[in-house]
Design a protein around this ligand. Structure first.
Ligand code: XMP
Length: 517
């Protein structure tokens, strides 16, 4: 085990992620729970101290158990973790602007300049300096005995410090984040120095999660809302493997799904994977309540409310369920933490079942809470979900409702489904599906005049959307060739009655959003 002591950084999970990428097993424990007794029980081969929001100059701020420095394993301190190490080992930390010391805060990109040789830095400093990501107010101003400085940045005289004898390393920047481009190398060196064999796999993670789920659930029952998306599907498959028929899935079909989607999802889970799935066909209810509604937020709220009602109604039929399973991912955890009470405005009311568990008196099972999207996909492959299913583009909870600006009618939905199927077929045929984060058609609330054969048409216009993105937070439009766009427009107009004009949406996000509503 590699133990990560969490001092409350926003990005602690990224440390764990970097270690999983190196096939090293790690556990994150909050600093409050890490006593020396706990450390002995976990028997880690190495320890990492995360960053954190506090200031070590404040009385009562978090520390590691003092005896940990005599435990005899390599330790890497990051940011706040560096300062904790320095302070506990006899160095000095001074406050920056934030804690009132008037010093040198540093946020964002910085360059660290090499000073001497350190085993942790093998393969670093190809041209004498490295880009790193800083985020600190306080900084170390005097090293603890035994430490030397190996890297400096303009505002951190002790950007990289170490005591290579004891294998103690302390860095001011964040090697775990994307903006420290070679940060992974430091972790690689660290785990090599600590003697890890690097044989941890997604298969091992699966086994471990199965054990955890069994322990948590015991002989109780679990219900799970299947959306057809990758996250809830992987969560359901994993839980099913752990507790078999103690799991019941409810697939809420709101009539706003893509062509054949409901049948495919239900068939896959029921027939292929043997899960107990209730197909709640509630299209009439949803479309009835959405009738005549055109305001985007009102639509989203109606769908969100009905979803919860319907889910609850079906779940109530599952006798004795104590747990609700959710495919919450780590980025969702972060967003909900940093957004609650935050200053950000609501762009869109996201459709989720956040309030459900309390309302229904259920406990949560969230086996994907520590994972990032691509890790969930890897776990899904490990669980034997078909590759085509795992690679599917994200699909929003409110479904086609938000791809049909203005009033929703069954006729428009039908046209939209057909056009979308042709578009996706085109993308697959041209081998572009996996290059694109998300692609779909929106049917526009306008009719335009056209001429087909010798006749006049007066039909709907649609917009094609395709974006690249890494996390859905920002996105750029996909640069299709004109040939591709021309061929696709022709196919849609020829094959889909009801559409006589096709446009391509070239808005990035921001300022646009990916969906139209
Ligand atoms: P936007 O449109 O906000 O979308 O740029 C970003 C990503 O989120 C998806 N999306 C949703 N997903 N419930 C979801 O589960 C929602 O209410 C929702 N709205 C948007 C969208 O498809 C894109 O991947």
């Amino acid at each position: 085990t590699l133990l990560i002591i969490d001092f409350g950084s926003q990005v602690t999970q990224l440390i764990a992620r970097r270690l999983r990428e190196l096939s090293v097993y790690c556990e994150i424990h909050p600093y409050q729970s890490v006593t020396m007794e706990k450390i002995r029980e976990l028997a880690p081969k190495a320890i990492i101290f995360s960053g954190g929001p506090d200031s070590v100059t404040r009385t009562g701020s978090p520390r590691a158990p003092q005896e940990v420095y005599d435990y005899g394993v390599p330790i890497l301190g990051i940011c706040y973790g560096q300062q904790v190490m320095m302070e506990q080992l006899g160095g000095l930390v001074v406050g920056g602007k934030i804690s009132g010391g008037g010093g040198t805060a540093e946020f964002g990109r910085a360059f660290v300049q090499r000073e001497g040789q350190l085993d942790l830095l093998d393969g670093w400093f190809s041209d004498g300096r490295e880009q790193v990501w800083m985020s600190h107010g306080d900084h170390v101003s005097r090293l603890a005995p035994g430490f030397e400085v190996y890297g400096v940045s303009p505002n951190a005289p002790y950007a990289i410090t170490g005591d290579s004898e004891r294998h103690f390393y302390a860095v001011q920047f964040h090697p775990e984040v994307h903006h420290t481009p070679n940060g992974a190398k430091l972790f690689e060196n660290f785990v090599r120095l600590a003697g890890f064999s690097r044989d941890w796999t997604m298969g091992a993670y699966r086994e471990q999660m199965i054990e955890t789920i069994r322990e948590q659930v015991g002989d109780k029952k679990v219900i799970c809302g299947l959306s057809g998306g990758v996250d809830s599907s992987v969560a359901a498959a994993l839980i099913h493997e752990a507790i078999d028929d103690q799991l019941t899935c409810v697939f809420v079909d709101h009539g706003l799904l893509r062509k054949n989607e409901a049948l495919e999802v239900v068939a896959m889970f029921r027939d292929h994977m043997n899960l107990h799935v209730i197909h709640a066909d509630e299209a009439d209810l949803f479309l009835g309540e959405l009738d005549g509604v055109s305001d985007p937020e009102t639509k989203r709220k109606i769908i969100g409310r009905l979803f919860i009602d319907v889910f609850q109604r079906y779940a109530d039929e599952v006798e004795g369920a104590d747990f609700l399973a959710q495919g919450t991912l780590y980025p969702d955890v972060i967003e909900s933490v940093s957004f609650s009470g935050g200053p950000s405005v609501t762009i869109k009311s996201h459709h989720n079942v956040g309030g459900l568990p309390e309302k229904m008196g259920l406990k949560l099972v969230e086996p994907l809470r520590e994972l990032f999207k691509d890790e969930v996909r890897a776990l899904g492959r490990e669980l034997g979900l078909p590759a085509s299913f795992i690679g599917r583009h994200p699909f929003p909870g409110p479904g086609l409702a938000i791809r049909c600006p203005g009033e929703i009618t069954r006729e428009k939905l039908e046209i939209l489904r057909e056009a979308d199927a042709v578009y996706i077929d085109q993308i697959r045929k041209h081998g572009l599906y996996d290059e694109i984060w998300q692609a779909f058609v929106a049917i526009l609330p306008v009719r335009t005049v056209g001429v087909m054969g010798d006749g006049r048409t007066y039909d709907y216009a649609c917009a094609l959307r395709a974006v690249t993105s890494v996390d859905g937070m920002t996105a750029d439009y996909y640069p299709f060739s004109h040939d591709f766009l021309g061929e696709t427009a022709t196919r849609i107009i020829n094959e889909v009655p009801g559409i006589n004009r096709v446009t391509y949406d070239i808005t990035s996000k921001p300022p646009g959003t990916i969906e139209w509503e």
